[in-house]
Ligand binder design. Sequence first.
Ligand code: GAP
Length: 513
Amino acid sequence: MANEQDRMERIVALAKRRGFIFPGSEIYGGLNGFWDYGPLGVELKRNIKDAWWHDVVTTRDDVVGVDAAIIMNPKVWEASGHVGGFTDPRVDCKKCKSRFRQDEQRGMAERVTTVISFFQADEQRELEFALHKAVDAVWAAGMTAKEAAAKNGIEGTFFLQVLKAAEKGNWQQSGMLSLLNVCRNCGGELTEPRQFNLMFKTFVGAMEDSTSQAYLRPETAQGIFVNYKNVLDTSRMKLPFGIAQIGKAFRNEINPRNYTFRSREFEQMEIEFFCRPEEADKWYATWRQARFDWYVGLGLKSDRLRLRDHEKDELAHYAKACADIEYAFPFGTSELEGVANRTDFDLKQHQQFSGRDMTYFDDETKERFLPYVIEPSGGVDRALLAFLCEAYDEDEAPDENGKAQKRTVLRFHPRLAPIKVAVFPLVKKDGMPEKARVIYEACRKNLSAFYDEKGAVGRRYRRQDEAGTPFCVTVDGQTMEDGTVTIRDRDSMKQERIPADGVLAYVRERLHL
Ligand code: GAP
């Protein structure tokens, strides 16, 4: 397969072509950072959420769920620190008004700064000026890196590499233009870095002033913390126990990018697991591993996944430990989920800001204290993107004439596959459609099934391979004689004959449903 960028482009094209993911409000030109899920995408997303809920709530007796409102009392966000601290430094272009995160301007720019700092002060200014002109020459006048370097008296392999990055148009990657204080879109001058709050603001009620201002939640976690006492009082949970929630979160990301990876509207799956402070290290280790294993169990190969423990200087001020579960996407290795020991920070903050007692009373030891919290916090959209990237494969399959043809296949884990079984009549006559429909009806009452009678059967197989359907059932001439059908396995492409009335049991057994 071609390089990773090419692979990503194919995945994006397939996701659009087959109705997994569409750009949000596409007919109006879309809206940066917003995505819509189509018929197959929504099934895949539901399967991910169902698998998560099943594995961390339904099958555990120490975790219960909540579904809190998206818009909460604005004091919540003061207590959580989001009003004061949920900011990213950003720079704006004075000319075209583009906005960039300052941290994305680092990288090559830092290296350039370091190299330049070895020069004498007057040479530094000259060099920066020469680089600036050389970049302009490459960019505006279309010179090669070598020509621009020669014209502006720039020497040395390092600076030539910088200009080559400019030549290839790798502006984002090089981050070089921030050094030159130049916008990577239009070459305009950039402002000084400014803090930018990532929360979307809205107004509650008729008045649009500061007294009615509220926020779309930037994380689901706070909806759990504010309900911790309600759950404790109503569900008879005892420490250690967790509260789980799946729901939408909104962040006005400065630079949405990498397809759905960094969006402005996304879904989170979060657990806040409350425990005694002295048991927090143990529960942190347990959840850190359990969450990693969950992704592996659903098909992410462990060599593309890694657990990266945060360095001490990376930790949020309230966190005692944090690990990111990262996946090697075609565009780079990035975070899928974070597992953190948040100590008693959040409950303490809400106790202080709300004036409500957030302590836990232990009936047995007669102690009263604030529990510690372990938080596994994952993104549904990022998980979906990782499962999609992992599942994408290209191989060859014989066509109707036995000739090998390229095939695109999504090798989803059966629990995640949007459609579990497709049923086809070989031809649209001789009673085959009627028989196929009976099988389809029996299947779809129990699992997600699809019926298709259009086009050559080989093409129908291919369409299901692209959708990631694990099994295809075909009713043919022999079915009408002996009541058997063929069932084809998506991955091996092997077919076997089984009784038509045994299809549902066969699929269920193999999918462990
Ligand atoms: N309560 C902790 C919290 O929200 P986070 O690391 O900011 O922590 C948790 O977010 C998860 O939410 C991330 O690991 C990621 O999967 C998902 N997420 C965060 N920002 C996102 C974005 N802009 N687009 C898509 N998913 C995002």
